[in-house]
Every structure is written in structure tokens, then in C-alpha cells.
Design a protein around this ligand. Structure first.
Ligand SMILES: [Zn+2]
Length: 496
């Protein structure tokens, strides 16, 4: 055992001697680490894309590697020169398999805007530090109107070098647009949701990572002290701070001079406040994880944990990823999920795609295929689980159609039917009452028009007993006071 460690250490020293001259970034696995040591490393601001039992995979430069070796850690080099590695990945691209650049993304978004004008619209929601537009594509029926429909958001590339994170939102948009005609399930989502796609939150960083330094992570802020870049996923304003984020401008996890100091993160903040999303996914690479809040510290209570766990485990069935509370990886302050959920009550998830930062281009179709269905699930559930939160839902609930309200009722009852936590149960019950009132009013309206289809639909959903009793009470009341135009045979039907 000792000899083995010794030989790895020797290998590292040789490697270090040849690589240290340039500021070469390597991906290494540092082993024999206790969980407390891993969170300490994260707290010190190290760039740690992946964590496992007793080890952390880290992006390090030569001197940092030798420091770990000197401290007696076992270090295994996974990718010796990450820039070289990505250069080789770039060579795997061809006409059919290529990562989106900023320019090809903009071109594609504009093509879609023209071709699918009836169900989408394109908007610049803000400018990056270097003045690039941050583009958002809205997909919905009546895209020009802000309709009271459940809203979902997909985001890519908070982190520059994580190119697959742009692909999955774009692939989801493509499927929604191209299959709108001819796929009933897709049509239902587009017609009944407001879907927004922001495929590249950090266009400056992505462009820099493609043209210059391939392992670039941050935005391109000039920090003024010879260092560049702020880590946008440490710059959000909910519990912004120093855990898992760095004060130093040279660090890959530099959190900036203050919460929302960066145009990219403040653009996302303003956009999300405006659109009142129910649910979101922010894509990153790598580790094959589905993460949910809170991430800023260990064991922070999350009042909606039941919904997060349920949705994460359902999405994991599509991609086989590991669902986890974000802090289980390691705590980090100032990430987007904590702000979106903590401040705006969005059901916010982070997907860590793939098993490396940038897989070969031949893999794009594979990871898209695994993850687009999970996105469709999230978009759908924005309209059921997404209604079980306070704030800004009233309007949406009051606008639900009957199938939409019945789906919401079924999901809420199934998830909270056996809930032991009284606070959680009461919150769910409150929302269930609202949705049931909505379904009941649609039934009564339908009956007043002499129809019984809505009544039958509600009867067919066993979880909708509350809606039924609301409808029954109202109809019987109106019947007793002869105030409605409900036909006697429908009253009889309801009594049964
Ligand atoms: Zn990332």
C-alpha cells in the first residue's frame, strides 16, 4: 500500500516538473479525505466538480498539486492538461455533432423565432459584462401575451467551460417547437405552460472558453488587480458569503464584490422576479447529479423538501442520475438555486450533467436523450407541485382549465395524503382547497350550460372528492334558492 502511494507521488512529482512551467490546469483525484476535509477544501474556494466516498476531484495547477502531495495526500491525475483535453474534444466535432457557440446559438434561436413564430418569441433580457445579449426564448401558445399559466425555466452555462449545459436546454426547445404539431403531450405542455429557455447565462465566459482558455469557468469581469472573472454561481444574493466561495479574484470560485455585483446574475434575478417561475433547472457539468436546495450549509430545513425529493427522484428515473441535497456535495454560498427557492419560492434544481466537463461531441445526442425527458417532466409538474407554494399562485390557480386542475389535485393528494408534518400538510391542504374550488366552479359552470362532461371528469379522479363536495354544496345551495339555471336531472346526478 505504502509503495503504491509512493509510486503515485513520484509520478506526480515528475508530472509536476514538466507541467508547472505553464499555468496548466489538471483534473486530479485527491483521495484519503474525510468529509470534513472535503468541505474544508470547498470552503477554501477550491474548484471541486465531483466528490465521492473519501475523495474529491479537483481542478488544480502544478504548485497546488505538489502542495497536496507534500501534505501526504494521495493524488491521481485524471486529465493532465485540461486545455489540451478540450482541444482534442473540439476535434471530435463535425457538421452533425458540434457544441453550440454563442454565434451558432443566436443563429439557431433566430431561425426558430422565424419558423415557429406562433409559439415562441425571442427576447434579450440583459447584457453581459462585455455587452453580449443574454437571450431568452419563450415557448408557449400566444407567446406575446403574459398568460396566467404555470411557468418553467431552463438555464445553461452559468459556468463557461460546461458546454453540455447549453445543449440540453436547446435540445428541449427544439423538441417542444418541432413536435408541437403532431405530438399531443408536447402540445399540451406548450399550450398550458409558459416555458422560458436561457441557454447561455454567461456568453462572455463560454466564448472565452471556446476561443482562448478552454478551462475558463467564470464571467469576464476585470477585477482590477490583474485577475479576471466572477463565479456567477456564487454571486446570487441569498446567503451570499464565504462558504464554498472565495474572496480572492484569482480563485475559480470568486464570489464578486457583493451579491449580484455581476450583470449576468442580476439579469437572471430581475427576469425571474418578472416571470414568477414555479420551477427551474440550471444545467452544469459534471457528476451525474440532480441537486436541490439548500446548498449554503448542512441540514438547512427546506419547507418543501417533500416536493423536491419527489421531483428529483422522478427526474432521476429518466437520466439515472443521483438525486441529492445540494449541500451533501459540499456547502457553497451564493448559488442560483438557493436564491430562486429561498427568495422567489421557485422549485429550483441543478443538474450536474455527464461524467466530465466536456465529453466528445459524439456524446451530445446521448446526454440530450437522457435529459430532455426530465425537462419535460419539470415543465409539466410546474403546474401541479409548483402550485403548492405561497406567492403569486392565486392568479394561475384561478385560470386553470379542468384537466389542469384535476392533474394538480391528483399530484397534491398523492404526495401529501399521508403527510405527518402538520405544517406541510396544512400548506398543501390550503392549496388543494384553492385548486378544488377552481375545479368545482368549472363543474358548476358546465352544469349551468346544461352539460355533465366536467362532472363526469371530476368523478373519474378519485382524489378529487374535495372538489366534488365543493361542487355539490354549491349546486344544492343554488338549487335550494332557485337562483341558478341548473337542470333538475343534473341535480339528481350530483346527489348520487
Ligand atoms: Zn458549474
Amino acid at each position: 500500500m505504502r509503495r503504491k502511494v509512493f509510486s503515485i507521488v513520484c509520478g506526480i512529482s515528475l508530472f509536476f516538473a514538466s507541467a508547472a512551467m505553464a499555468n496548466t490546469k489538471s483534473l486530479v483525484r485527491v483521495s484519503n479525505l474525510k468529509p470534513s476535509q472535503i468541505s474544508q477544501l470547498a470552503a477554501e474556494g477550491y474548484d471541486i466538480p465531483s466528490v465521492g466516498r473519501g475523495y474529491a476531484e479537483m481542478v488544480l495547477e502544478g504548485p497546488e498539486i505538489s502542495a497536496f502531495v507534500k501534505k501526504g495526500h494521495t493524488v491521481k491525475v485524471l486529465v493532465r492538461d485540461l486545455d489540451e483535453y478540450v482541444k482534442n474534444v473540439k476535434k471530435t466535432q463535425n457538421k452533425n455533432n458540434a457544441y453550440y457557440t454563442y454565434d451558432t446559438m443566436v443563429k439557431r434561436l433566430n431561425e426558430w423565432k422565424e419558423k415557429f413564430a406562433g409559439i415562441c418569441r425571442l427576447e434579450s433580457i440583459g447584457k453581459s459584462h462585455e455587452g453580449r445579449d443574454i437571450w431568452a426564448l419563450k415557448i408557449s401558445d400566444n407567446p406575446e401575451i403574459n398568460e396566467p399559466e404555470p411557468a418553467a425555466l431552463l438555464m445553461g452555462a452559468h459556468h463557461a467551460r460546461e458546454w453540455p449545459s447549453v445543449e440540453v436546454p436547446m435540445a428541449t426547445a427544439k423538441q417542444l417547437l418541432e413536435e408541437y404539431e403532431g405530438n399531443e403531450e408536447i402540445k399540451r405542455l406548450v399550450d398550458n405552460r409558459e416555458i422560458w429557455i436561457v441557454p447561455m447565462v454567461n456568453p462572455d465566459g463560454v466564448t472565452y472558453s471556446m476561443e482562448k482558455s478552454r478551462m475558463w469557468r467564470k464571467n469576464r469581469r476585470n477585477n482590477g488587480n490583474g485577475t479576471y472573472g466572477v463565479d456567477l454561481n456564487r454571486n446570487y444574493g441569498y446567503q451570499w458569503g464565504n462558504v464554498g466561495a472565495s474572496n480572492s479574484g484569482s480563485s475559480d470560485t470568486y464570489h464578486g464584490t457583493g451579491p449580484f455585483s455581476e450583470p449576468e446574475s442580476s439579469t437572471m434575478r430581475d427576469f425571474c422576479i418578472r416571470e414568477k417561475f414555479q420551477a427551474s433547472i440550471s444545467f452544469h457539468t459534471y457528476s451525474e447529479l440532480i441537486l436541490y436546495p439548500f446548498g449554503y450549509g448542512y441540514n438547512i430545513p427546506n419547507p418543501d423538501s417533500k416536493i423536491f425529493v419527489k421531483m428529483a427522484s422522478e427526474m432521476a428515473k429518466f437520466n439515472g442520475y443521483d438525486p441529492k441535497n445540494s449541500a451533501e456535495l459540499y456547502p457553497a454560498m451564493g448559488d442560483s438555486d438557493d436564491y430562486f427557492y429561498g427568495e422567489l419560492k421557485m422549485l429550483s434544481f441543478t443538474f450536474e450533467l455527464c461524467t466530465t466537463f466536456i465529453p466528445n461531441a459524439s456524446q451530445i445526442a446521448t446526454f440530450n436523450g437522457l435529459n430532455v425527458p426530465a425537462c419535460l417532466y419539470l415543465i409539466d409538474k410546474a403546474g401541479t407541485y409548483g402550485l403548492v407554494n405561497p406567492d403569486g399562485r392565486e392568479e394561475i390557480v384561478n385560470a386553470l382549465d379542468l384537466p389542469g386542475s384535476l392533474r394538480a389535485i391528483a399530484d397534491i393528494v398523492n404526495l401529501f395524503g399521508n403527510e405527518n408534518n402538520i405544517g406541510m400538510r396544512n400548506e398543501a391542504l390550503k392549496q388543494l382547497e384553492k385548486v378544488s374550488q377552481r375545479a368545482a366552479s368549472l363543474v358548476v359552470e358546465d352544469m349551468k350550460n346544461g352539460n355533465s362532461a366536467a362532472l363526469e371528469a371530476v368523478k373519474n379522479v378519485p382524489q378529487a372528492s374535495l372538489a366534488m363536495s365543493f361542487a355539490r354544496n354549491r349546486v344544492l345551495f343554488e338549487d335550494a334558492h332557485r337562483s341558478g339555471s341548473i337542470r333538475p336531472e343534473l341535480v339528481q346526478m350530483l346527489k348520487k
